[in-house]
Design a protein around this ligand. Structure first.
Ligand code: FHN
Length: 572
């Protein structure tokens, strides 16, 4: 009977894990804004140990590693950690007030100290300190009461306390480490505890990547086996290879140029450190945070904003002040954020845009001095316009040489971001960009200006660069529209990265009446981009061309990590 039940459970788990990506990601795509909390014994050190100080810009939660604090000494410091001012309701109330819909707490950071009552290791806040409580449990319960999605951060590779963990080579001899033993004895068992004892988790936020894709997959499988609906961030995976997880994390405080076609998130500090530092008062103004939130959402991402509580569990008042101002703006403008998608329009000088069905939200950071807000690139008829904060007052909408022109009040409704709602007759259609010849008469066809189809997607890699990948067969294509004004011969080159496993893939570059064929060469493991010359083509007519790149047959693996194609005029 037990076997049958277990088999049924496994089947159910795998079915739920196979849930379509859209269903799994629905809450993440809607919620947009989360609270990150970096909280542990490093909070009590507050950026100082034995007279050594972590300077602003240095991450105070790294203090053990920064000053090579011997593990036994750090353990004694941790014994004194007693955040008596910690109050989960206060933390969750601040998240709610800021408009945050999910919360990620460091259950174990790199110092190896568990911020929850772990049976795997006594080195945890419940057993090791006078606090003798479980803040992770208290936050999970407070989130459930407040309707905030509860999530945990777990440093699955880096562990400076465990002799077999990554990163502590000042106490332990690297050559004697047995990393596999660490994974089996601590990392996976603690993750199992978190997935079992704290209710449904919105996501597990892994960090610093894993040493191999195989080990990373074990963590993905472990999460799916216990909580199939729980999301996994991209840092679960090995950074040098095809990215894993349900969504991609930008680099810390990162901001992509745009155009990404996958779910992504930027983690951000409110000053310059994740863990509390008494020396870091470089708080970001609320206006900067709000405009960054809008830019991230306008590019299709989520924003995970951090607080670093002090050693006694107090949230720094400066953090509270910023988040309360963010919440005031969100209270008036949340419709233009939650559940919206990336702006389909070309960049505008006045600000950003977000979209929901046939409604465009125009986020105006710099108010037009002539009282006319111009929206370029839109090919769908506009029906009406109003300030989001004043729906009853309709604004005059017209066309000015094909550009939508909205007559707006003389003064902006919000100096940080005044939102103008533009109702369209249908979901927005946008003119595909047409690329003209550069000053050197060449064409630089990069991922950002490309149009993708099939499985080809514009992605981010942990080296902080962007490319097109996930394309495996002729249906998966990338194209650009060109306006050629200078006819003649052009040298075609392509810049990409490809690991050994992808060598030999055939592809073609189709320029209309002429084609150039190529075969993928190995550039090395990880993201090592190189330029390859593909010969000459004749562009004999002035006018519009479409350049299309695709695999010539089904490969069973991605063709390459494509960064760009270049057409260089052959002047001589
Ligand atoms: O090393 C960590 C760091 O302490 C912090 O947790 C950030 C948050 O994104 N992640 C790693 C650095 O990227």
């Amino acid at each position: 009977m037990r076997t049958r039940r277990f088999a049924f459970f496994l089947l159910l788990s795998s079915l739920l894990a196979a849930q379509s990506s859209g269903d799994r990601m629905a809450w993440f795509q809607h919620d947009k804004l989360g609270m990150f909390i970096h909280f542990g014994p490093y909070s009590a050190l507050a950026g100082e140990w034995n007279g050594h100080r972590t300077p602003p810009g240095d991450e105070a939660e790294w203090i053990m590693q920064r000053f090579n604090i011997p593990a036994p000494q750090y353990r004694e410091l941790a014994r004194r950690f007693n955040p008596v001012q910690f109050n989960a309701e206060t933390y969750v109330a601040l998240a709610k007030a800021a408009g945050m819909k999910y919360l990620v707490i460091t259950a174990k950071h790199h110092d190896g100290f568990a911020m929850y009552h772990s049976a795997v290791s006594k080195y945890n806040i419940y057993d090791w300190t006078p606090f003798h409580r479980d803040p992770v449990k208290e936050l999970a319960d407070a989130c459930a009461r407040a309707g905030i999605r509860f999530c945990v951060y777990y440093s699955h590779r880096e562990d400076w306390d465990d002799p077999d963990g990554y990163g502590n080579n000042w106490d332990y001899d690297r050559s004697k480490k047995n990393f596999g033993r660490y994974l089996e004895a601590k990392s996976k068992p603690q993750l199992r505890e978190l997935l079992t004892n704290y209710g449904p988790l919105g996501l597990v936020w892994f960090d610093r990547g894993m040493d191999t894709p195989a080990h990373a997959q074990e963590f993905v499988d472990l999460v799916h086996s216990l909580q199939p609906k729980c999301l996994i961030n991209g840092r679960v995976g090995n950074y040098g290879r095809e990215l894993m997880g349900d969504y991609q994390d930008m680099n810390d405080n990162g901001m992509p140029t745009g155009g990404l076609q996958e779910y992504w998130e930027t983690p951000q500090t409110l000053n310059t450190t994740w863990g509390f530092s008494k020396f870091d008062q470089q708080w970001k103004p609320a206006g900067v945070v709000i405009q960054r939130l809008v830019e991230i959402v306008s590019k299709g991402g989520n924003y995970l904003l951090n607080i670093g509580p002090t050693g006694d569990g107090t949230i720094p008042p400066a953090s509270v002040a910023v988040l309360q101002k963010v919440g005031e703006w969100m209270k008036a403008n949340h419709e233009s954020i939650y559940g919206t998608s990336a702006c389909p329009l070309p960049d505008s000088p006045w600000g950003r845009c977000t979209v929901h069905d046939s409604t465009l939200y125009l986020h105006v950071f710099s108010w037009p001095s002539d009282g006319v807000l111009r929206v370029t690139g839109l090919r769908t008829e506009a029906k009406s316009a109003n300030l989001l904060t004043d729906p009853s007052r309709k604004l005059k909408v017209g066309l000015d040489h094909g550009v939508v022109a909205i007559a707006v009040p003389q003064r902006s409704c919000d100096a940080i971001d005044c939102v103008v709602v533009l109702q369209l007759v249908a979901t927005p259609k946008v003119e595909e960009p047409i690329l003209t010849q550069g000053s050197d008469s060449g064409f630089d066809l990069d991922y950002l200006k490309a149009t993708t189809s099939g499985k080809a997607v514009k992605r981010f890699n942990r080296d902080g660069r962007f490319h097109i990948s996930k394309w495996t067969g002729p249906e998966d294509q990338v194209s650009w529209r060109l306006l050629v004004s200078q006819t003649g011969r052009y040298r075609v080159s392509i810049r990409y990265s490809a690991p050994a496993a992808w060598a030999g893939g055939g592809f073609e570059i189709d320029l209309g009446t002429r084609k150039v064929d190529g075969t993928v060469q190995v550039t090395g493991e990880g993201y090592q981009y190189r330029v390859f010359d593909l010969g000459m083509v004749e562009l004999s007519k002035v006018g519009e061309y479409v350049v299309r790149v695709r695999p010539t047959k089904e490969l069973g693996h991605p063709l390459m990590y494509l960064e760009s194609v270049r057409l260089e005029p052959n002047i001589n």
